[in-house]
Design a protein around this ligand. Structure first.
Ligand SMILES: *[C@@H]1O[C@H](CO)[C@@H](O)[C@H](O)[C@H]1NC(C)=O
Ligand SMILES: *[C@@H]1O[C@H](CO)[C@@H](O)[C@H](O)[C@H]1NC(C)=O
Ligand SMILES: *[C@@H]1O[C@H](CO)[C@@H](O)[C@H](O)[C@H]1NC(C)=O
Ligand SMILES: *[C@@H]1O[C@H](CO)[C@@H](O)[C@H](O)[C@H]1NC(C)=O
Ligand SMILES: *[C@@H]1O[C@H](CO)[C@@H](O)[C@H](O)[C@H]1NC(C)=O
Ligand SMILES: *[C@@H]1O[C@H](CO)[C@@H](O)[C@H](O)[C@H]1NC(C)=O
Ligand SMILES: *[C@@H]1O[C@H](CO)[C@@H](O)[C@H](O)[C@H]1NC(C)=O
Ligand SMILES: *[C@@H]1O[C@H](CO)[C@@H](O)[C@H](O)[C@H]1NC(C)=O
Ligand SMILES: *[C@@H]1O[C@H](CO)[C@@H](O)[C@H](O)[C@H]1NC(C)=O
Ligand SMILES: *[C@@H]1O[C@H](CO)[C@@H](O)[C@H](O)[C@H]1NC(C)=O
Length: 455
C-alpha cells in the first residue's frame, strides 16, 4: 500500500491554494469542528439540487438528469451526514424521501419506477435503508415497516431473482426483459445484493443472509467477475454464458465488495478467509489513487464520466470508512487515504453561485467545471468519512444495540411480474394481440431508462 507521506504534502498545498480569490472551503483535518463545517457547506450545496420537497413535486426524486437510483444513493449519504456530524438539518426531508419511495409492497419498487428499475437501482435504496438501521436513524412511524424490514424486503425480492439458468447463477442487471441490459450480469447488481446480505448477517446474525453472501461471492469470483487478484470487473453477457467480460473497473464496485467483505469479516468474528478478501480488495484498490488522491478511471478516459459515474467515488469513500470501523486492521491503511483525498477534494469546491460547489477531478487541485449531484456527493462522503473515529459505531440486533423493526419475510410474496406490469398498462380493448404492442409501448416508456454502467 502507498504510504501516507503524500497526504501531508497535499494538505500543505491545499492551504496555499485556499488563498485564491474564490471562496474556498477551509478544511483542517485535525479539527472535528472544521471537518463538520466543511461537510455542512458541501451538504448544503448538494441539497440545493433536491426539489422533491417542493409543493407538487415527488419526495425522493431528483430532477433531470439524475436517475431515481442516485436519489436513493444521495439519501444514504444524508443519513451518513447526520451519523457523522450529528447535524439533524436534513433528517426530516431524508426520512420523508426514503418512506415515500418504499413502493406498494415495501421493497423499493414503486409503481412509478418499477418498469425501468434495475437490481442495482433497487439495491441502492435498500442499502440506504440498511444504513438507517445500522446508524439508528430516526425510525419510521410504528404503522410502517422499520428500516430493517425495508432492507429485508429488497433482499427477499432479489434472492428470488437469483438466476442459475445461465452462467451458473447470479443476478441480471435489469429485472425486466424489455430493458436493455437484461442479458447482462454485472458486478454492481450482484455487489449490492452481496453487500446487503453481508450487512443483514452482521445486524441480525441470521445465517440465511451469510449463506447468500457466501453464495454470491462464490459465484462472482467463480465466473471471473472478481479476479484472483481481487480486481472487480464490470460485467458479462449471459448470451455466451458469461465467458467474455467487460473488464472496466469502477471505484464503487471495489467499495461495495470491500464493505460486504468487511461486514462478513466482522460477522465471522475475524475469520481468516474474509480478512484475506478484505485485504485483497484493499490492495487492488490502489489503482484508484493517484499520489494519495482518490480518482475514478473515467476521469482520464476519452469519454469522460457520465452523470451516474461522477458519483461513484462517494460509495467507495463511504465503504472505506465503514471498513476501517468493521475491520480495524485496515484502519491505518484507509484513514490516511481518506485524509489525503478529502484534502484534495475540498480544493475543488470553489465554483457555482455559492463559490463553494465542488468539481469532479480531485487530482487536479482545482475546480474542473464539472458540477452536479454526483460531484457534491463524492466530496461530502470523503470529507465526512474523516469523522468515522468519533462516530457512535454501527448498532446491531446481535449486540443488543439495534432496535430497528425487522421482518424476515418482508415482501416475500411481491413478484412484480412482467405480466402484471403489462396488464396494468393496457385497457381491455387493447388486449387483443397486445403482447408485442405492449412491449413496444413499454420500450417507449423506458427510453430514458437507467444506463448505469456499461463502460
Ligand atoms: C426542502 O429541503 C431543503 C433542504 O433541506 C430546504 O432548504 C427547503 O427549504 C425545503 N423546502 C420546502 C418547501 O420545505
Ligand atoms: C447529538 O445531538 C443530540 C441532539 O440532537 C444530542 O442529544 C447529542 O448529545 C449529540 N451527540 C453528540 C455526540 O454530539
Ligand atoms: C408517482 O407519480 C405520481 C405522479 O407524478 C405522484 O403523484 C406520486 O407521488 C408518485 N409516487 C411515488 C411513490 O413516487
Ligand atoms: C437452480 O436453482 C433452483 C432453485 O433454487 C434449484 O432447484 C436447481 O437445482 C438449481 N439448478 C442448478 C443447475 O444449480
Ligand atoms: C455456464 O457457466 C457456468 C459457470 O461458469 C458453468 O458451471 C456451466 O457449466 C456453463 N454452461 C455451459 C453450457 O457452458
Ligand atoms: C461471534 O462471537 C460471538 C460471541 O462470542 C458468538 O456469539 C457468535 O456466534 C460468533 N459468530 C460467528 C459467526 O461465529
Ligand atoms: C496485500 O498487499 C501486501 C503488500 O503488498 C501483501 O503483503 C499482501 O500479501 C497482499 N494481500 C493480499 C490478500 O493480496
Ligand atoms: C505525483 O507527485 C509527484 C511529486 O509531486 C509528481 O512529480 C507526479 O507528476 C505526480 N503524479 C501524478 C500522476 O500526478
Ligand atoms: C467488529 O466491529 C467493531 C466495531 O463495530 C469492532 O470494535 C470489532 O473489533 C470488530 N471485530 C473484529 C473481529 O474485528
Ligand atoms: C422469504 O424469503 C426468504 C429469502 O428468499 C426465504 O428464505 C424464506 O423462506 C421466505 N419466507 C417465506 C415465508 O416464504
Amino acid at each position: 500500500m502507498r504510504l501516507p507521506s503524500s497526504w501531508v504534502a497535499t494538505a500543505v498545498l491545499c492551504t496555499l491554494a485556499g488563498q485564491g480569490a474564490r471562496a474556498a472551503i477551509s478544511l483542517d483535518l485535525a479539527s472535528t469542528e472544521s471537518i463538520k463545517k466543511a461537510a455542512s457547506t458541501v451538504a448544503y450545496d448538494l441539497m440545493r439540487y433536491y426539489t422533491g420537497n417542493n409543493t407538487g413535486d415527488v419526495p425522493g426524486n431528483l430532477p433531470d438528469p439524475y436517475y431515481w437510483w442516485e436519489a436513493g444513493a444521495m439519501f444514504g449519504s444524508m443519513i451518513n451526514y447526520w451519523y457523522y456530524t450529528n447535524d439533524t438539518t436534513y433528517n426530516d426531508v431524508t426520512k420523508q424521501a426514503l418512506l415515500h419511495q418504499v413502493g406498494e409492497e415495501n421493497d423499493y419498487m414503486p409503481n412509478n419506477q418499477t418498469k425501468t428499475e434495475g437490481n442495482d437501482d433497487q439495491g441502492f435504496w435498500g442499502m440506504a435503508a440498511m444504513t438507517a438501521a445500522e446508524t439508528r436513524f430516526q425510525d419510521p412511524p410504528s404503522t410502517q415497516p422499520g428500516w430493517l424490514a425495508l432492507a429485508q424486503g429488497v433482499f427477499n425480492t432479489q434472492a428470488a431473482r437469483w438466476d442459475n439458468k445461465t452462467c451458473g447463477g447470479g443476478l441480471r442487471w435489469q429485472i425486466y426483459s424489455w430493458n436493455q441490459g437484461y442479458n447482462y450480469k454485472n458486478s454492481i447488481s450482484n455487489g449490492c445484493f452481496f453487500n446487503l446480505a453481508a450487512r443483514l448477517a452482521l445486524y441480525t446474525g441470521n445465517t440465511m443472509y451469510s449463506d447468500w453472501a457466501v453464495k454470491t461471492w462464490d459465484w462472482v469470483s467463480g465466473v471471473g467477475l472478481l479476479s484472483p487478484a481481487y480486481e472487480v470487473f464490470d460485467g458479462a453477457q449471459n448470451t455466451d454464458n458469461c465467458t467474455a467480460k467487460d473488464h472496466t473497473r469502477w471505484t464503487y464496485n471495489a467499495g461495495i465488495y470491500l464493505l460486504g467483505s468487511a461486514a462478513m469479516y466482522n460477522h465471522t468474528n475475524g475469520s481468516a478467509i474474509w480478512r484475506e478478501r478484505v485485504m485483497g480488495l484493499l490492495n487492488s484498490s490502489e489503482v484508484f489513487f493517484v499520489n494519495g488522491t482518490m480518482y475514478e478511471p473515467c476521469e482520464s478516459g476519452i469519454k469522460g464520466c457520465n452523470v451516474d459515474q461522477r458519483s461513484f467515488k462517494a460509495y467507495f469513500a463511504r465503504s472505506l470508512a465503514a471498513t476501517a470501523e468493521l475491520a480495524p486492521f485496515t484502519h491505518s491503511i484507509i484513514m490516511p487515504k481518506l485524509a489525503s483525498s478529502a484534502a484534495a477534494a475540498i480544493k475543488t469546491c470553489t465554483a457555482g453561485n455559492s463559490g463553494t460547489q465542488c468539481g469532479l477531478k480531485w487530482t487536479t487541485g482545482a475546480n474542473d467545471g464539472s458540477l452536479g449531484v454526483g460531484e457534491q456527493l463524492a466530496v461530502l462522503e470523503v470529507v465526512q468519512s474523516n469523522l468515522v473515529d468519533g462516530a457512535p459505531g454501527w448498532v446491531s440486533a446481535v449486540r443488543g444495540t439495534g432496535t430497528s423493526k425487522g421482518d424476515v419475510n418482508a415482501a416475500n410474496g411481491s413478484t412484480h411480474s412482467e405480466e402484471s406490469l403489462i396488464m396494468g398498462r393496457v385497457t381491455t380493448a387493447d388486449r387483443v394481440g397486445a403482447g408485442i404492442v405492449t412491449a413496444l409501448v413499454l420500450l417507449g416508456v423506458t427510453c430514458g431508462c437507467v444506463t448505469m454502467v456499461v463502460g
